[in-house]
Design a protein around this ligand. Sequence first.
Ligand code: ADP
Length: 190
Amino acid sequence: MLNIVIFGPPGSGKGTQSENLIKTYNLEHISTGDLLRKEISTNTQLGALAKGHMDKGELVPDDVIIGMIDSFLDKMKNANGVIFDGFPRTVAQAEALQELLKTYKTDVNVTLNLNVPDEELITRLIERGKTSGRSDDNLETIKTRLQTYNNQTKPVLDFYKKQGVAVDIKGVGTIDAIFADIKKAVDAVK
Ligand code: ADP
């Protein structure tokens, strides 16, 4: 299996580049943000719990997220590989993912770290807010999301650096130019 973590702050282009990866490598895709938004739009109990955290720019509790990943992986036994988008967002999630993947005798092959300066992120997220209909795309929440990223999510990068699977990708430029760098990094581990 080819397992890719697409990593970076909110607004760094994880969703966009995931689409390119899916098309190029025929992989399954899991976006925890999308799954949570689906729970919200179908008014589930999990959705109600998640919305409270998401609207504040905070993370949804690890046990909820890990449970979602566990049931997703269960359905992926025969997949070519998986793109993890927006997950793991804490070191506890990264450790849980490693344990779950062990049961399938596989691991994360590469973590693509999209680098984008904060100012550019804020501009992109505010732009996205105009059309996304996402209640967390407003300036106040965006600022908290960036703080949450720096405090809780950035340490995940060190976890993958220690394992030698993290690759830095310049996340500014055209979508195609960024994907060309991503493709090089993925082809190197394929
Ligand atoms: P973005 O596109 O801004 O990076 P996402 O769509 O990935 O955001 O996630 C939106 C929100 O959903 C996050 O701010 C967080 O509250 C929640 N969320 C998504 N994935 C996770 C996760 N792996 N762990 C905890 N919370 C998560």
